[in-house]
Write a protein that binds this ligand. Structure first.
Ligand SMILES: Cc1ncc(COP(=O)(O)O)c(C=O)c1O
Length: 384
């Protein structure tokens, strides 16, 4: 089981959960700004660029704040690229494990950088990318694993992600960048080990690329992240290899900035108390089941164990077991911590589940805006 990286409720300890509809993602724009300030100060100190990975967090109503601090975004394909251009600012780098020929012309038109996953994809599409004015890069697979679980390990045996460096004698002609990504919510040490593993390759091909993108998975905004070490590493890479460095985190941008508020609908008894809630992990926090992991609950206290789950038909739609002072009553509000990343972007309406509303809270002024409510039409509109 993956450990949650959350460092606690922060200002949400003072948030009155009854102020929002249920379920609802509530993001603290003050905390988001702090995260962005940390990332932009690292970028400035290291002369590096930071792009927001839209796959992790794409709440575009906060794009003006994000645009102030980051160099741009990275997209995983056509629709994220369109969103990037429509709602966000700055550079756009688009990577996909494989591009669809029918979509590539528009992707190249929208993007500043195209990252290909293989030499074969490069040979197929590089000409089109250049003609549209985008530069291109190759994602290499460093064949060096650091992820704690195979589900999140792009360097696992048999991976489809990136051209394995052991297969690469030459780099494709005309390329501008190299890209690698092998971390997941990690600190500096795994990145340093990865760089050590791949440095002979990078040095052997020095001069054939102008920029180096170290992907995402860097939890730079967690208090214990060694930011000085990251700055030193990025600076040394840029001097040694003569490149512009990039990172493209997602999690670090939204880290600890949002909660998911829900409510207990009923409590049944089956080998202990079981609470049924309007938060369904399968619909609203899929990583709880996929990783799996147990999200921290806001203000957890007491001696009574209650297993909490969603109102869907899936037996495994379980959030986890939590402590309460008293068995919760129906209507009681609950909230889970650190729910900005890989949640809103992944929600589904399985079982006709209500999609959580989206709210922006300013923990300094206490101003609250409900920026999105979903209704029945959103459910029906996805089907035909
Ligand atoms: C290529 C690439 N870049 C960036 C990211 C963002 O990673 P994170 O949200 O862990 O920072 C991912 C996540 O899977 C990724 O696959």
């Amino acid at each position: 089981m993956l450990r949650t990286q959350s460092t606690g409720p922060g200002r949400f300890a003072d948030f009155d959960l009854s102020r929002v509809p249920s379920p609802c993602f509530v993001i603290d724009e003050v905390r988001l700004r702090q995260n962005l300030e940390i990332l932009s100060s690292v970028a400035q100190a290291a002369d590096a660029k930071v792009l927001l990975a839209l796959k992790a967090f794409a709440m575009w109503s906060l794009a003006p704040l994000i645009n102030e601090h980051l160099s741009g975004t990275c997209a995983s394909g056509l629709w994220e690229a369109r969103l990037a251009r429509k709602r966000f600012a700055g550079e756009l780098s688009t990577y996909a494990p494989a591009f669809k020929p029918s979509e590539f012309a528009e992707i190249a038109e929208l993007s500043d950088h195209i990252v290909f996953n293989s030499v074969a994809q490069t040979e197929r599409f590089a000409g089109e990318a250049k003609a549209a004015g985008a530069d291109f890069a190759l994602r290499i697979n460093p064949e060096h694993s650091e992820a704690e679980i195979p589900l999140y390990d792009p360097c696992a045996v048999g991976s489809r992600l990136g051209q394995p460096i052991s297969q690469l004698e030459e780099l494709p002609d005309g390329m501008s960048g190299l890209h690698l990504h092998n971390l997941c919510e990690q600190g500096l040490a795994p990145l340093s080990r990865t760089v050590d593993a791949v440095l002979p390759f990078l040095e052997a091909h020095k001069g054939k690329y102008d920029w180096l993108n170290l992907g995402g998975g860097h939890l730079v905004t967690r208090d214990d992240y060694d930011r000085g070490g990251l700055i030193a590493l990025l600076e040394s890479l840029s001097h040694r290899l003569g490149v512009q460095t990039y990172i493209e985190p997602g999690t670090a941008i939204g880290f600890d900035s949002a909660i998911l508020v829900g409510e207990v609908l009923d409590v049944v008894e089956n080998d202990g108390a079981v609470g049924i809630t309007d938060i369904s992990p399968v619909c609203h926090m899929p990583d709880v089941i996929e990783a799996p992991y147990r999200p921290d609950m806001l203000s957890e206290a007491g001696e009574i164990d209650v297993r909490l789950g969603g109102a869907s038909c899936l037996s495994g739609d379980i959030i986890g077991s939590y402590k309460f002072e008293a068995v919760p009553k129906s209507g009681q509000r609950i909230a889970f911590l650190d729910q900005a990343h890989y949640t809103m972007v992944k929600t589904t309406t399985f079982n006709g589940a209500q999609l959580p509303s989206l709210a922006i809270w300013n923990s300094q002024t206490d101003a609250l805006r409900i920026v999105k409510n979903f209704d029945y039409d959103d459910f029906e509109g996805r089907l035909s």
